[in-house]
Structures are given as C-alpha cells and as structure tokens.
Design a protein around this ligand. Sequence first.
Ligand code: ADP
Ligand code: MG
Length: 266
Amino acid sequence: MNQSTPTYTPTGALVTDVPTLEVRNLHKAYHGNEVLKGVEFKVRQGQVKAVLGPSGSGKSTMLRLMALLEPADQGEILLEGDRIGVAANGRALPEAQLAVQRREVGMVFQKFNLFPHLTAAKNVALALTAVKKVSRGDALEQAHAMLDRVGLSDRADHHPSQLSGGQQQRVAIARALVLAPKVMLFDERTSALDPELVGEVLEVMEQLARDGMTMIVVTHEVRFARRAADEVTLFDGGVIVEQAAPDEFFDNPQHERTKKFLSHVH
Ligand code: ADP
Ligand code: MG
C-alpha cells in the first residue's frame, strides 16, 4: 500500500495506521479454564468488524476485557496506540482512572440495564450528567438528539416498561453513543428478541456503520455481517481461526473449522 496516500472513512475522517482498538496476546482464564488463549485483534477507525463463533468460544469475554470491565491475565489492550487498563508499571489502575478510560469504549450489553423509573431521555442523559458532569439541560438536549439518531424521538418520554425489547435496546445504544466513544462494542444476543425487533436494531447498527462509527459486533446475523462488516472474524476455543472480508469469509472460507461453523449457521 502507498503509505503517503491518506485514506478516509465515509465521514471524511483520516484513517491512520494506528488501530483505534487493538488487543495483543490476550489471555484470560476462569478457575483454571483458559477462555482466551492469546487473541490478536484490531479495528481501525471507521471499520466494522463482525465476530462470529460458537457459544462458549470467548467472544463476550474478549469484549468485556476490551471494555475494561475485568482485567486480562496477560496481554495488552491499546486504544489509539496507548495501553489502557493498566498503569505504566503494568499494575492495575486505580478505579477512578479506569472509569475515565472506560468512557472511550462504548459497550452495549446483552442486558440493557436501563433504569425502570426513568424515561428514555433521562436514561440517556444520565450517562452525561453522571459520567461527564454535563448540565441537566445540555444533557437532555443531547439525549434527545441521540434518541432521534436511533429513531426514537417519539419515545423520549416513555419509561422502559412502555417500550418493546428492540426499542429498549436502541435506548441502550443511544446511551452508549451520547458519550462519544472512540469505538462501540456490541454483544448481540439477537435470539433473545423476536425477529421483527431484531430488524429494527440491526438497521440502526447498519446506519451507524454507514456514518463511519468504529464498531466490533458479536453477532449471529450473517446478513448483518455481510452487509455492514468490513471484516468477519471466527472465534473458536479461545483463539481466532479466520479473519477475512465478508465475501471471502462466507463464500470462500479457508479453514475447516470455518466451513464447519458456516454449515451450521446457513
Ligand atoms: P461466548 O460469548 O463466545 O459464548 P464467553 O466469553 O461468554 O463465550 O465464555 C467463554 C467461556 O468462559 C465459557 O466456557 C464460559 O462458561 C466461561 N466464562 C465466561 N465468563 C465467566 C466467569 N465470569 N466465570 C467463569 N467462567 C466464565
Ligand atoms: Mg457471548
């Protein structure tokens, strides 16, 4: 590749050589059971990576480690080239500093964790008033703008119990977006929602991808991976088996394990 020619994301942002988020040699075990066995993974600015793999292969664990929700046993996590999650001496960071770093990585959980007693707008605004010390008025204004972006401007004053599962999930997306993270991590358990709702959430995610958002999406949705992802990754047994552009990955997989996995999901 010609290094002197800059490339741009669809929104016109410069794509640098430094990945937005990268993990190197990531290891994690629970009770002696090694779940991540040296994972190497990166996403560049404006890229969308879809992560597929059988249940129990370590996909959610990788996302939790990237979001600094729990520490790695070994390996590095780099955000725009800077190591995060640990102090310079390799020790754990104090909680307050971890909290600051966590804001840069937006995570949409499988469980939405919305506050039941707050409206959609207030759930989103709370992220700003609590985490970024934004004034209530400004926070609500930004919350409405984010709800508009996920197609929920007419639901801003509804409580979570008055919203469908898909609408609740979109509020959770708005809540992550409003903090302007450098990368968004999605852990999709779409089977928990009915198919109609799945469509509306995937549509929002496809729009984010078109807007140039940097995203890592754990998904079972082959259609989403084909349409929205720049690259598809197969996880199996705590390692990455294959990574390729969607057409290559689905139509011409190189590894036996990928072929076997695809024979089950198609
Ligand atoms: P995936 O998301 O690919 O289905 P996970 O990352 O959730 O896989 O889990 C990988 C393995 O790690 C599974 O065997 C799971 O039981 C185990 N695991 C995940 N989190 C924990 C935990 N907090 N304590 C013990 N075992 C865990
Ligand atoms: Mg999972």
